[in-house]
Design a protein around this ligand. Structure first.
Ligand SMILES: [Fe+2]
Length: 289
């Protein structure tokens, strides 16, 4: 075999902003990734925080198989969203059984900046969203670099949050703030509120980032109202145009991001006239430190 035939596969990464996000080419989703190629994907994931792929058609099984390369895939507690016979996948759709818009946004909680699975002791590492059907307007996904958010804080702010822990609560963000259906008793028992450091250290890079978002309810050792005010203020301070990437989806795209150092949100769309269907899965990470 000549050397050209043996040339190792290579990823190409085109940065989407100076801070975060890269469009990745060189991956064939019809085939299993070699360990070597996956290592390159993971390196890009750690470096860019948000990776955009354009696989075109991506069957659910291939999405789950790719997610498993990152780690253990979460089986979401909100089991009414499980999709395509894969409990690892969570489908958000505003279509009725005839494929027509039903007028209801499937998860309004996604409209606020948040980090997936922060309501769990072991929080989310990667989230993978595949866009099946995308609206003509709205329904974008925005990302924010939380290393940059931490770095932008002045010394007084950094000192103020050092050692503080926030309590994250899925039931709080879903029901009290966004008016979604309440969690069942069983779901609530399975996912009680948990506390995490506000300034966490990314396990791969050793860099500090802010870890808050909309699932954060209050702060340990602080009055409820004082903690709420601090969380709201930090969530607001964290998002800055220099730190964000705003993605306008095309169907058939796959985005993978690192929840440990990036927040995200979806933008609104008209669920009565527009159609939006995504498949999402989240890979479990670690207990934040
Ligand atoms: Fe999310």
């Amino acid at each position: 075999m000549n050397s050209a035939a043996k040339a190792r596969p290579k990823l190409a990464a085109r940065p989407l902003t100076p801070r975060l996000g890269a469009e990745i080419s060189g991956i064939d989703f019809d085939e299993d990734l070699s360990d070597e190629l996956f290592r390159e994907v993971y390196r890009a994931f750690v470096r860019y925080q948000v990776l955009l792929f354009s696989p075109g058609d991506l069957p659910p099984a291939r999405q789950v198989a790719f997610a498993r390369r990152f780690g253990e895939v979460q089986i979401h507690v909100m089991n009414q969203y499980h999709a395509d016979g894969f409990p690892e996948l969570y489908r958000l759709s505003n279509l009725d059984e005839h494929g027509k818009p039903n007028g209801r946004h499937p998860d309004k909680g996604t409209l606020a900046w948040h980090t997936d699975g922060s309501w769990s002791r072991v929080t989310g590492q990667a989230t993978l969203i595949y866009g099946e059907v995308m609206p003509e307007t709205g329904g974008e996904t925005h990302f924010c670099d939380m290393y940059g958010a931490y770095d932008r804080l002045d010394a007084a702010w950094k000192a103020r949050i050092a050692g503080l822990r926030a309590v994250h609560n899925l039931d709080f963000s879903r029901t009290r703030r966004h008016g979604e259906d309440p969690m069942s008793e069983e779901q609530r028992r399975a996912k009680p509120p948990v506390d995490h450091p506000i300034a966490r250290t990314h396990p791969d890079t050793g860099r500090k980032c802010i870890f808050l978002g909309d699932h954060a309810e209050y702060i340990v050792g602080m009055s409820y109202d004082e903690g709420r005010a601090l969380i709201e203020e930090l969530n607001r301070l964290a998002v800055h145009p220099d730190l964000t990437y705003e993605h306008r989806w095309k169907p058939g795209e796959l985005i993978v991001w690192d929840n440990r150092c990036a927040m995200h949100r979806a933008t609104a769309y008209d669920p009565a006239t527009q159609r939006r269907v995504i498949r999402r899965c989240t890979v479990l990470g670690e207990v934040p430190a």
